[in-house]
Design a protein around this ligand. Structure first.
Ligand code: AMP
Length: 495
């Protein structure tokens, strides 16, 4: 199943001109914080973070070496080899002071007894320093793609750059059906650096080309799901405008004001979000909030002319491509980097966790991460959920069947059996060659258990005459073929 789902993605995405990018499993925490947004759940609560060790410092310095150790920390901090974190500098100052006390006392008095407190304090300061980089297991990959795009100068390649990826992501969420802490995504991104003259001014203007790109990317996911035979697929789209006062920022102000008025009727989560991330209130699934949310101002009525035009063009382009969609004004997506087009796809058989794909446009994200002005659109598919949905629909597929099971009998037939297995495998068939001779009945039983379609029966008569017996296991029919004849027969059956 996993292979089929991934192989199909390679085929379909390849057909749209996408190439694979392989990305690291962990990145600096800062990358995700900046791209995805510090206030989002993903970054503030769900990331698996760790402070890496410093390569330059010994781990457990001896007390008598602490003076030297502190000097070294100071030096590495200055040369930028230790991350510049405020707390480390403060701890370092405290550590130096404590060390002075310890050093003087150690030199001037004999008994170490009363020094223990000072030493403990000192070790605590050292233990609290961040001496290595702050890293996180990736909770998503768009930020990494942008990081790689910048780091490897991909703006100099033919534009746009179209990339797909697949692999594990990590989020500390409450596990349930279709929601895991290590889950797999298959995604794609289209990045296009804008020429300077076009990118002049503070913001990247929407062009008709962008809308066509949005629609093609969505068409590609839908084509992929259709090829897999995913059932009950539904596409929701929306536009969340761009971050200008005359567009989304203005809307968010209005939304906030409207939310303040109904604050006491909202749950604790939504109340908190009025301050931190008001758009996310629209995501709420709380039954008691639904009627209230329906009456809130809608982004569609507050888009600037540019974004409204873009949205209308995306819809026209989807229609041109025969992609059915549903407009959903509450679809805001939880990540900070999205703008204009957002979309989500749901499928059958998944209960409450029924989103199998989320995506949107993120012009400006590359720039935010230190690259040139660049437009971007992408999506991520939840591979685990796609597989669950296919299984739920009875499309789990046979485990690992075989085309041919070779039942060889008599030592003299082994050489022929080995050759037959090699030729059939070279022709692309899945072949099982038992390592030791078996009785006829046992061989057929084994062939059946492995889900083989045919048994090739090789006894001494068959080897002598060159006419091999082939049994079709489903109906028990039998025929005799030369080796070439067998290959032809199997090929015909396969097609
Ligand atoms: P997101 O970027 O959060 O919208 O994620 C994109 C897709 O990844 C979702 O639509 C889900 O199909 C899938 N996904 C996200 N989080 C998880 C998770 N914890 N477990 C399984 N799949 C997930």
């Amino acid at each position: 199943m996993w292979n089929r789902v991934e192989q199909t993605a390679r085929e379909v995405f390849g057909g749209f001109g996408f190439g694979e990018i392989r990305l690291p499993i962990f990145e600096p925490t800062e990358l995700f914080a900046r791209a995805v947004g510090g206030e989002t759940d993903i970054v503030s609560k769900e990331m698996y973070r760790f402070i890496d060790r410093s390569e330059k410092l010994e781990r457990n310095p001896k007390i008598r070496n602490l003076g030297r150790f502190i000097e070294k920390v100071k030096h590495l901090l200055k040369s930028g080899e230790i991350p510049e974190v405020d707390a480390t500098e403060v701890y370092l100052e405290h550590a130096e002071e404590s060390w002075k006390k310890v050093e003087t006392a150690l030199l001037e008095t004999a008994g170490p007894e009363h020094l223990l407190d000072d030493i403990d304090e000192l070790l605590a300061y050292i233990g609290a320093m961040q001496l290595g980089p702050d890293l996180a297991l990736r909770p998503e990959v768009t930020a990494s793609v942008c990081r790689a795009y910048i780091e490897h100068g991909m703006h100099a390649l033919a534009q746009p750059v179209k990339l797909y990826y697949m692999g594990p992501m990590f989020r500390r969420e409450r596990p349930q059906k279709g929601r895991y802490r290590q889950f797999y995504q298959i995604g794609a991104e289209v990045l296009e650096t804008v020429r300077k003259e076009v990118a002049s001014g503070e913001w990247l203007v929407a062009s008709a080309k962008d809308a066509a790109t949005d629609a093609e990317v969505i068409e590609m996911v839908m084509a992929y799901f259709a090829r897999l035979g995913l059932e009950g697929v539904q596409l929701d789209i929306n536009s969340i405008g761009h971050s200008a006062p005359a567009c989304r920022r203005g809307y968010v102000e209005k939304l906030k004001a409207a939310l303040e008025k109904v604050k006491d009727k909202l749950g604790a989560d939504s109340q908190r979000r009025i301050e931190t991330n008001p758009l996310r209130v629209l995501d709420s699934k709380l039954e008691s909030e639904q009627a209230i949310i329906e009456k809130l101002p809608r982004i569609g009525d507050h888009l600037c002319a540019d974004c409204a035009k873009h949205h209308a063009e995306v819809k026209r382009q989807l229609e041109l491509r025969g992609v059915a969609y549903q407009e959903n004004w509450r679809l805001v997506r939880g990540l900070d980097y999205y703008m204009r087009t957002t979309f989500e796809i749901t499928a059958r058989g998944l209960g409450s966790q029924n989103a199998v794909c989320g995506g949107g446009r993120y012009d400006g994200l590359v720039e935010l991460l230190g690259g040139p002005p660049t437009k971007g659109i992408g999506f991520a598919i939840g591979e685990d959920r796609v597989i669950l949905s296919l299984q739920e629909a009875g499309k789990g597929g046979a485990a690992q069947g075989r085309d041919v099971y070779i039942a060889w009998m008599g030592e003299k037939t082994l050489a022929t059996a080995i050759r037959a297995a090699r030729d059939l495998r070279q022709a692309g068939f899945r072949v099982e060659l038992p390592p030791v001779e078996q009785k006829f009945g046992k061989a057929l039983g084994q062939a059946d258990k492995l889900g083989a379609r045919y048994a090739l029966i090789l006894g001494e008569d068959e080897v002598a005459s060159g006419q091999w017996t082939v049994k079709t296991l489903a109906d028990g029919t039998q025929g005799k073929y030369s080796e070439a004849g067998l290959l032809e027969f199997l090929r015909k059956q396969k097609s």
